[in-house]
Ligand binder design. Structure first.
Ligand code: ADP
Length: 242
């Protein structure tokens, strides 16, 4: 019964999540098409919204596709030797504007001397994007986003910190389950399908790594993704991580 309810919530959450960017893209494209926008700045702003919302749609659809591949046991990771500092910096680059636009203070600290790591680049970028998006979505008064990349003995750690609504100790173990969303009112008023963190966990485990959360309700959260430095060994595609 509980799973059936989760599934039906999921379908309705996903539909809502897809509908918002689509509606915005249509609205702004139609307004531009009518030719009534006179200033160059306004036009530029509308183009930016259209691009940003299409990116949101793409990220969302990629999450859903990844999720269905994982569920079907078809998800495969492609490990390549990677400059992880570069990967993290490039991924954050496409978010910098959005982060500042939303009024967030952004603290970034990336160790430039990290050794190469074997990772699936797209997957690690997706994990980071999901963590960053959550930090942005689940912050209220105090808007701070911190991203740190550093080395601890045999592993590389990627940390995403916020000063947002936080997660109760009881819910901290559940948020990595598929479809799970916490009971916080802000969460209910924020779009989401409860897939992001289950993907982050699957991706991390496939790299032989570990994902941890430290959080205090009303104070904020810290997610730490830890990857082993020696060649990551892929788990079978149907690893039961989700
Ligand atoms: P979604 O954001 O689509 O609901 P996720 O799987 O990414 O799904 O997250 C699951 C739940 O964990 C969220 O619904 C939210 O309740 C909680 N959560 C995730 N990240 C944070 C965060 N940074 N701060 C507070 N709560 C969070």
């Amino acid at each position: 019964m509980a799973l059936a309810r989760l599934k039906s919530d999921f379908v309705s959450n996903v539909s809502h999540e897809l509908r918002t960017p689509l509606a915005l893209i249509r609205l702004y494209a139609e307004t531009l098409e009518l030719g009534r926008i006179s200033t160059k700045e306004k036009k530029q702003e509308y183009y930016r919204i259209i691009r940003k919302e299409s990116e949101r749609l793409t990220a969302l659809i990629n999450n859903i596709l990844d999720f269905s591949r994982i569920e079907a046991g078809h998800k495969e990771y492609e490990f390549r030797t990677t400059d992880i500092a570069d990967l993290v910096r490039n991924t954050l680059d496409s978010y910098r504007y959005q982060i500042e636009q939303q009024g967030f203070a952004f603290e970034e600290s990336i160790d430039p001397d990290l050794p190469p790591v074997r990772v699936d680049r797209e997957a690690i970028a997706r994990a980071l994007v999901n963590l960053v998006n959550n930090a942005l979505k689940y912050s209220a008064e105090e808007k701070l986003l911190g991203v740190k990349l550093y080395r601890v003995n045999g592993s590389v750690r990627l940390e995403v910190v916020d000063h947002g609504i936080g997660i109760t100790p009881r819910e901290q173990s559940k948020i990595f389950e598929k479809f799970y969303r916490t009971g916080d009112p802000l969460v209910h008023n924020t779009k989401g399908s409860g897939l992001g963190l289950s993907l982050v966990r699957h991706i991390t485990l496939a790299h032989g790594g570990q994902i941890d959360v430290e959080s205090t309700p009303g104070k904020g959260s810290k997610f730490t993704l830890s990857l082993p430095l020696q060649a990551a060994t892929a788990r079978p595609a149907n690893a039961t991580a989700v």
